[in-house]
Design a protein around this ligand. Structure first.
Ligand SMILES: *Cc1c(COP(=O)(O)O)cnc(C)c1O
Length: 380
């Protein structure tokens, strides 16, 4: 069994993907070919925002957003403590100070009350200027934007939605990657919508920011003249070949993959409901794209023992994430390491992610659940 079965997905889409790749190579428009523009239009339409600017990966997407806003030294950027490293890496790379905020135990996303307290504290301390909130849609579930946006408005903060894992999620029908002043996603192969290498995109309704994003992503070029460099930017484009692969993948994602992965999550919920595992909680009005299906183990259960028991039956499992952001070595001896995040500390010890993807069968899920239950009985 695969944790996320990209081979099985390729088998299902092989004809379309092979054709898309061949077409790109035949036309040899490897950089900024017509498929890139077509994909950007499709993505903007799907998400429901005015502009989509593709780029080289989800990390660059975050960096580009921070460049557009001129974030740098002296600025505070609020980031959940429980996330992938990029969410905090990009603000730090920009010269700003990430302020790590604890998350909600059940949704894994940033806790809006603790966010407000963290903003108040930064203002009271007076060392940094609060500028941006990076809200991460962890494991496919949109963050609680109904609670986060009022905090941003109250303190005049920009909202950056890190939708690297959230693409396809929604709240009340409104799609992930449309909640931020700027939103980003990643097409890393294992993300909800993945390509066959690195890729990313930035979304915004703001015309001026969209123009700046396009410039910063291509060496700070001016509007139509790519050899007139008016800004210092980066080389961060999505390859034509990746755009061509993403077009049929986006169609499958819309047509059935999202639906299928949600059925798998429901099946897990149903089969694990009588255990003392804490299952992922999706509030009413929320819809997840299930980048991960992550459970919490009861107190005192040996996680590595459980993982090795699963492994004996060839069931892969992963720990996302084993370390709070504020404890990462890169932030040692910086102000970012001073964070009070007890929920994150606990989660890092108890979370376990199980195999999930749109091509997982009911039999696979039954096998995972029965092995997991047997192993849980053994540890007691
Ligand atoms: C994967 C990920 C990123 C970075 O995306 P890349 O395409 O790998 O650079 C950023 N934020 C989160 C939450 C992620 O999961």
């Amino acid at each position: 069994m695969e944790f996320r079965d990209l081979k099985k997905q390729y088998k299902a889409l092989k004809d379309k993907i092979d054709c898309a790749v061949n077409e790109t190579i035949t036309s040899s428009r490897f950089i900024s070919g017509p498929q890139v523009k077509e994909l950007e239009e499709r993505l903007a339409g799907y998400v429901g925002v005015k502009h989509c600017v593709t780029c080289a990966n989800g990390t660059d997407a975050l960096t580009l957003a921070l460049m557009v806003w001129g974030i740098g030294e002296g600025d505070a950027v609020f980031v959940p403590d429980f996330t992938f490293f990029s969410s905090g890496e990009c603000p730090a790379l920009a010269g700003a100070t990430p302020i790590f905020v604890d998350v909600d135990k059940r949704t894994y996303n940033i806790d809006s009350e603790k966010l407000e307290k963290a903003v108040e504290k930064v203002i009271a301390d007076g060392k940094y200027t609060p500028k941006v909130v990076v809200a991460v849609d962890l494991f496919g579930l949109p963050a609680d934007y109904n609670a986060i946006k009022p905090v941003c408005q109250k303190y005049n903060l920009l909202l950056l939605e890190d939708g690297a894992q959230g693409f396809g999620g929604r709240i009340n029908g409104k799609k992930a990657c449309s909640f931020g002043d700027i939103s980003t996603t990643s097409f890393f192969p294992a993300k909800p919508l993945g390509c066959y290498g690195d890729g990313g995109a930035v979304f915004t309704d703001n015309d001026e920011w969209a123009a700046l994003l396009r410039s910063y992503a291509v060496h700070g070029k001016s509007g139509n003249d790519k050899y007139n460099n008016v800004l210092v930017g980066m080389n961060s484009r999505l390859d034509t070949i990746q755009a061509a692969i993403l077009l049929p993948k986006l169609k499958a994602f819309e047509d059935y993959e999202l639906d299928s992965i949600n059925k798998s999550a429901e099946k897990y919920n149903e089969m694990l409901k009588d255990t003392d595992l804490l299952l992922p909680k999706i509030d009413n009005d929320f819809y997840s794209s299930w980048a991960q299906y992550t459970v919490q183990l009861p107190d005192g259960v040996d996680r590595s023992f459980l993982q090795s028991e699963l492994k004996k039956s060839e069931i892969p499992s992963m720990v996302y994430y084993a370390r709070p952001m504020h404890s990462q070595g890169a932030f040692e001896k910086t102000d970012s390491s001073n964070a009070d995040c007890p929920v994150t500390e606990e989660l890092c010890k108890t979370v376990l992610s199980l195999p999930i993807h749109p091509y997982l069968t009911d039999e696979d899920i039954e096998k995972v659940c029965s092995c997991l239950k047997t192993a849980l009985d053994k540890v007691r």
